[in-house]
Design a protein around this ligand. Structure first.
Ligand code: AMP
Ligand code: ZN
Length: 115
């Protein structure tokens, strides 16, 4: 989608500190990290949010959660200690970039509830 910052990162048009990439997703360090480990997992296809997933996206959603999240958590050294995944969705959910992204946060003790 034109003018979507995460589409541009996925296309390599603007730089990011990539930690993982395959045919379907890219993962890169958050510009404003909220934990020692803070990466964003982003589908290359523009999907606005989880509220906009379609039936055709089942394989993509499974890929993100079954393949990529556990692999990245292990590679980034937080699988054992624990981590948090966050999908801010819509305005009330605190979503500021309207291209679906999974925050993977770790390396410190998280608190609950979130703000
Ligand atoms: P959200 O508030 O869930 O929509 O999260 C958007 C996240 O994207 C924030 O944590 C930002 O710090 C991060 N962000 C925005 N622009 C960039 C960028 N160019 N590179 C890396 N992270 C970004
Ligand atoms: Zn996009």
């Amino acid at each position: 989608m034109t003018d979507c910052i995460f589409c541009k990162i996925a296309a390599g048009e603007i730089p990011a500190q990539k930690v993982y990439e395959d045919e379907q997703v890219v993962a890169f360090k958050d510009l404003s990290p909220k934990a020692p480990v803070h990466v964003l997992i982003v589908p290359k296809k523009h999907v606005q949010s989880v509220a906009h997933f379609q039936a055709e996206d089942k394989e993509l959603a499974a890929h993100i959660f079954v393949d990529v999240v556990p692999k990245l958590a292990a590679d980034l050294g937080v699988a054992e200690g624990g981590f948090r995944i966050v999908l801010n969705t819509g305005d009330d959910g605190g979503q500021t970039v309207h291209h679906l992204h999974v925050h993977l946060l770790g390396g410190r003790k998280m608190t609950w509830p979130p703000g």
